[in-house]
Ligand binder design. Structure first.
Ligand code: FMN
Length: 184
């Protein structure tokens, strides 16, 4: 039977509830990862009064829109072409935990997330990862992110596009379990 998500509110830390400063950094081409990032953020805030900042990773000088953008995204991921990203506002080193998310592209991490992990994720004290995907590639994506951040994640979680549309209760539970595991 699935373990129920424990309420972090009831979990004392040195006699007090431990409040964390959390940065959620995500890249999203079509909105799925953005949606999940916002939901993870709300769950962290609801769980206990964590301080949560959600920041979008933005590429510079590339258009990923439309069919040509899709094709280029696939080629860039396959060739592991470096993506240039706009310097993030938030320094990962200033947070207790950095949760990094993005879509799976060509069965691996997308170039903007890859750049974020190698250039900024390395500065994080602790990391956790999430990804959105059509159906497969999460394992490779997480192992690449781990290598680039040079850190073992506290927890990882993947979401299939189908789940986002049809499985609200399962989705909610998965997010609750992920957040609870990150707070242990
Ligand atoms: C270029 C490209 C390659 C993709 N490759 C994969 C893949 O290998 N495996 C998979 O399950 N989904 C793949 N997808 C689907 C996306 O990972 C999925 O739709 C995801 O939810 C998109 O997230 P976003 O809306 O945040 O951009 C690919 C999408 C794109 C654009």
């Amino acid at each position: 039977m699935e373990k129920p998500a424990e309420s972090a509110r009831s979990r004392p830390f040195n006699g007090k509830v431990k409040v964390l400063k959390i940065l959620i950094s995500f890249y999203s081409r079509t909105g799925n990862t953005r949606n999940i990032a916002a939901r993870i953020g709300r769950e962290f805030e609801d769980n206990i009064e964590n301080e949560v900042v959600v920041e979008e990773i933005k590429e510079s000088g590339v258009d990923r829109g439309g069919v040509s953008g899709y094709v280029k995204a696939g080629k860039d991921a396959l060739s592991r072409r470096r993506s240039e990203i706009i310097t993030p506002v938030n320094n990962p080193g200033n947070f207790d935990l950095v949760v990094i998310g993005g879509p799976v592209w060509a069965w691996t991490v997308s170039p903007p997330v890859s750049t974020y992990c190698s250039d900024y994720g390395v500065e994080a004290i602790k990391v956790a990862f999430f990804c959105c995907m059509g159906g497969s590639g999460a394992k490779k994506t997480f192992s690449e992110m781990q290598k680039l951040c040079k850190k073992i994640p506290l927890e990882v979680i993947s979401f299939k596009d189908r789940e986002l549309k049809t499985e609200e209760i399962i989705l909610r539970k998965k997010i609750q379990n992920f957040v609870a595991a990150c707070q242990e």
